[in-house]
Each structure stands twice: as structure tokens, then as C-alpha cells.
Design a binder for this molecule. Structure first.
Ligand SMILES: Nc1ncnc2c1ncn2[C@@H]1O[C@H](COP(=O)(O)OP(=O)(O)O)[C@@H](O)[C@H]1O
Ligand SMILES: [Mg+2]
Length: 258
């Protein structure tokens, strides 16, 4: 059965970049296909992967809800949503991407959400690895991410505000009883030493630091040029660091967190 890695953290800290690096490292290691799910309404994973999204699940939902009402009896809702899931999938070289997008109206998403989640779980079982790039909001963690996740990576930069968000996310995972023994921090976009305040917050998270990625001029240059992370060479340090963290995080029977 495949493993699902979820990435969480405050907005702007580099969740999508780290997701992209993880997907890239896994793709190069295994040949893929990796299932990538962009669960952030402000979806940018496709850009980082160099893929073009035709339609998001959120854009589909209005029609889905209308279709559900008109669905001939005998067509199971689950099968219909499974079909839509495949329609929303973009197939790249060694990576298949589904973009959740944003809901079209209040409550709409909830109507299909639980079935959708089940379908996504079923789908991810047929992939060796699923990488889930989450939205910043914490409530999301409980609703869509709670089940079927094997490892949680919380991303933070060196800013105390982002580290405080990491502390809260980690506490929420405990409060929700999500289990998730494979849990750790990735410090990203670092510029110099952490301040003493940041170090104190880092200790407060109680999480192991799985990798520390400096501000990366090559990543910045690709981003400015709208080019994908797949253009990074195998020897690129950030890619190498993420590859190392995956080896440690996904090793069987190895507890990397509390
Ligand atoms: N290590 C890094 N080095 C340089 N730029 C980075 C790094 N990590 C992220 N960025 C840049 O910071 C911005 C925000 O990153 P992003 O991954 O989109 O954050 P999030 O998904 O958490 O909102 C992007 O422009 C991205 O290219
Ligand atoms: Mg993002």
C-alpha cells in the first residue's frame, strides 16, 4: 500500500515549493507515478510542476451537484465522483496531479466532501506515494487530511510568526488524536541564523527538524521565470536535502517524531 505525505504550514513559508521538491525527489528515485494533490484553494502546485490544469474539482462541483440530483437511479454517487476525479487529473511525466481548487458556493463542497475524500484515499492506494499540498488554514487538517496520512511535514521559515503557526498545527494534530507518529519540521528559505526567539519556538514545537533549506537562488530564478522544479539538476543541494529527509521519514519501523 502506498504512503501519503501531507505538507502543512503558514501561507507563504514554502509548502508548495517543498511539496514540489518532495515530488521531484520521489519521481527521480522511483520513476513514479507520484500522485500529487493540491488541496490549497490558492493552487500553485501545477506551476511548480510545470503542468497545466484544465479543471479543478472545485470548478466541477456545481455541475456535480446538479448531476447528482439528476443521476439515474442505479448509478452510485461514489462511481460518479470517481469518474470526475479522473477527469480532473492532469498526467505529467511521472506525476499525476489533482487540483482541488476552491468551492463554488458555501456548503457545496461539504456535500460531496466525504465521498470525495474516500475516493481520493482509494485512488492514492494505487500509487506508491501521494503528496498532499495543504492550505494554510488549520481546520482543513481535521476535515480533509486526517485520514490516510502516513507522514506530516510542517514547513516554516525562520520567522517567529511561521514557527508559532507550526507549534499550533502540531498541537492541533495531537488534540485531534490524528496519530501521525511520522511528523517533523522542514525549515525553509532560511537567511542566516535563527533568532533566539525563533529558536525558542522551534524547541516549543517539540518536532525534529527533518531538513533545513536555505534561501535558494536557483529556486527563486525558476520561480521568477515560471519554470518547473524538474529543471533542477540531480545534484542540486535542496533536492538532495529533501531526498535525505524522505529516506529518514519513510523508513519502515523508524519513529522520527514523538
Ligand atoms: N528555499 C527557497 N528559496 C527561494 N525561494 C523560495 C524558497 N522556498 C519558497 N520560495 C519562494 O517563496 C514563495 C512562496 O513559496 P510557496 O512554496 O508558494 O509557499 P506556500 O505554498 O507555503 O504559500 C514562492 O515565490 C517560492 O518560489
Ligand atoms: Mg502553496
Amino acid at each position: 500500500m502506498g504512503q501519503t505525505i501531507a505538507i502543512a504550514g503558514k501561507g507563504g513559508v514554502g509548502k508548495t515549493t517543498v511539496s514540489g521538491l518532495i515530488i521531484e525527489a520521489l519521481r527521480r528515485k522511483t520513476g513514479g507515478p507520484i500522485l500529487a494533490i493540491d488541496a490549497d484553494p490558492n493552487a500553485t502546485l501545477a506551476d511548480v510542476l510545470g503542468l497545466k490544469v484544465d479543471i479543478t474539482l472545485g470548478e466541477m462541483q456545481a455541475t456535480t451537484l446538479a448531476t447528482i440530483r439528476d443521476l439515474p437511479s442505479g448509478v452510485p454517487l461514489g462511481r460518479h465522483i470517481e469518474y470526475e476525479l479522473h477527469r480532473a487529473m492532469v498526467e505529467g511525466d511521472g506525476v499525476d496531479l489533482i487540483t482541488m481548487g476552491r468551492g463554488e458556493g458555501p456548503g457545496c463542497y461539504c456535500a460531496v466532501n466525504s465521498i470525495l475524500r474516500r475516493c481520493l484515499e482509494t485512488l492514492s492506494r494505487s500509487y506508491p506515494y501521494t503528496v498532499l499540498d495543504n492550505e494554510a488554514g488549520l481546520e482543513h487538517l481535521s476535515r480533509r487530511v486526517s485520514q490516510g496520512v502516513d507522514a506530516l511535514i510542517i514547513v516554516s521559515d525562520g520567522n517567529p510568526v511561521a514557527l508559532r503557526a507550526a507549534v499550533r498545527i502540531n498541537q492541533l494534530v495531537d488534540e485531534l488524536g490524528l496519530g501521525l507518529s511520522k511528523r517533523g519540521l522542514v525549515l525553509n528559505d532560511l537567511r542566516g541564523e535563527l533568532s533566539s526567539k525563533a529558536q525558542a519556538l522551534l524547541a516549543e514545537t517539540g518536532l525534529p527538524v527533518l531538513a533545513s533549506l536555505p534561501h535558494d537562488d536557483a529556486i527563486e530564478a525558476l520561480n521568477l521565470d515560471d519554470r518547473p522544479l524538474s529543471e533542477l539538476p540531480d545534484t542540486h543541494p535542496s533536492l538532495h536535502a529533501v531526498d535525505g529527509l524522505l529516506t529518514a521519514l519513510l523508513a519502515p519501523h523508524e519513529e522520527t517524531a514523538t
